[in-house]
Design a protein around this ligand. Structure first.
Ligand code: ZN
Length: 92
């Protein structure tokens, strides 16, 4: 079922991941979350663009990140959206 839905979504919506330059244009950083110890941090997007280029997709940043707290490579990255005074998404 999940797989079918995925295919449907890919058909209707072109897959365009958020890239570093999108965040730079909106003055956003990158929010990183360690799936192992829940350590999290905001990374400045300028540094990442210097290292990886402006077209690097944000969800793939996790591959290159390492948790500074526990050393795990199991790190998720997403745009550091401003907080709207509450929880906008649940983790897990
Ligand atoms: Zn960690």
């Amino acid at each position: 079922m999940g797989r079918f839905k995925e295919q449907e979504i890919q058909k209707t919506e072109p897959h365009q991941p958020v890239c570093l330059h999108h965040l730079a244009a909106q003055n956003l950083g990158v929010f990183c979350w360690c799936n192992r110890c829940s350590h999290n941090a905001d990374l400045p997007v300028d540094t990442l663009i210097e290292r990886l280029g402006p077209l690097f997709p944000v969800p793939e940043l996790g591959i290159y990140l390492r948790c500074s707290n526990c050393g795990a490579h199991d790190v998720a990255a997403r745009p550091a959206w401003p907080h709207y005074g509450g929880q906008i998404a649940r983790h897990g």
